[in-house]
Ligand binder design. Structure first.
Ligand SMILES: [Zn+2]
Length: 254
């Protein structure tokens, strides 16, 4: 007993001296006396950590942002916003010769060219519509069908995604012009499958009327850029409202 106590004291004293004898600590020099409590952990193969998708990389409020979220509760601000970088898409039929914002125009050219290469030539039937055009269009629908009906298929001025310059409506020269059956056509299916590769999403998908406020529009493609389109595709989150945790917008505030 006595011996082991003496050993313990000596060991303790030696350890104390060893500590005192060490070089004066330099700032930043790691201490080496603490053993790794779980050395086996470091032996496990480490998976490369994917950087988390940065949902704040672009604004959802700025009308010039490629991620702007426009819906029945989120009018563009200012309400008569007009983009500053409009450009006419080249090499694609464009029924009303409407332009798009620069990045969306280039992406639309690439996507429609690829669709044509795949044997499904499509044409643009609507792109950028300015505030004044939407005022006239919406008012004509209200006059014809009444406001309640018009609100189900046409956006009020300042609430139309087409006013962002980031949207194209497409058609395949078939019998489903601006109709739900476009989603069942070969072109509609090809576009739904490949849109994300070009930075577009189907903005008003099936089953999400209560979120987006619009009936399914398989012809309406919104440019959000390839990064966000790929992330939405990968996560299976199909609406901008859900992806960015924004309130559902089934109808107008008043
Ligand atoms: Zn549209």
């Amino acid at each position: 007993m006595r011996v082991s106590l003496a050993v313990a004291i000596i060991v303790g004293v030696s350890a104390g001296f060893a500590g005192c004898a060490a070089e004066p600590a330099k700032p930043g020099k790691p201490t080496t006396h603490a053993p790794d409590p779980e050395p086996t952990r470091t032996a496990e193969p480490t998976k490369p950590v994917e950087p988390a998708f940065d949902k704040a990389a672009h604004s959802v409020d700025d009308p010039m942002s490629i991620w702007v979220v426009s819906n029945k509760l989120r009018p563009l601000n200012p309400i008569d916003f007009a983009p500053s970088d409009l450009s006419m898409p080249e090499g694609v039929e464009n029924e009303f010769n409407q332009p798009l914002r620069e990045p969306a125009a280039r992406a639309a050219e690439a996507m429609t060219a690829a669709a044509a290469d795949a044997g499904m030539p499509v044409r643009i039937i609507s792109a950028y519509r300015d505030y004044g055009t939407q005022v006239a269009l919406y008012n004509s629908y209200v006059a014809r069908d009444g406001q309640a009906a018009a609100d189900t298929y046409s956006a009020r001025p300042g609430h139309s995604e087409h006013q962002t310059g980031l949207v194209i409506d497409l058609d395949d020269h078939g019998s489903c012009y601006l109709m739900g059956c476009f989603g069942e056509t070969a072109a509609g299916k090809w576009l739904a499958e490949h849109a994300a590769e070009y930075g577009f999403i189907v903005r008003y998908p099936e089953g999400k009327e209560a979120v987006t406020g619009f009936m399914p529009e398989p012809w309406h493609f919104r440019y959000v850029g390839p990064e966000l389109a790929a992330e939405m595709h990968a996560t299976g989150i199909v609406t901008l409202e859900e992806f960015f945790d924004l309130p559902a917008a089934p109808g107008y505030a008043e």
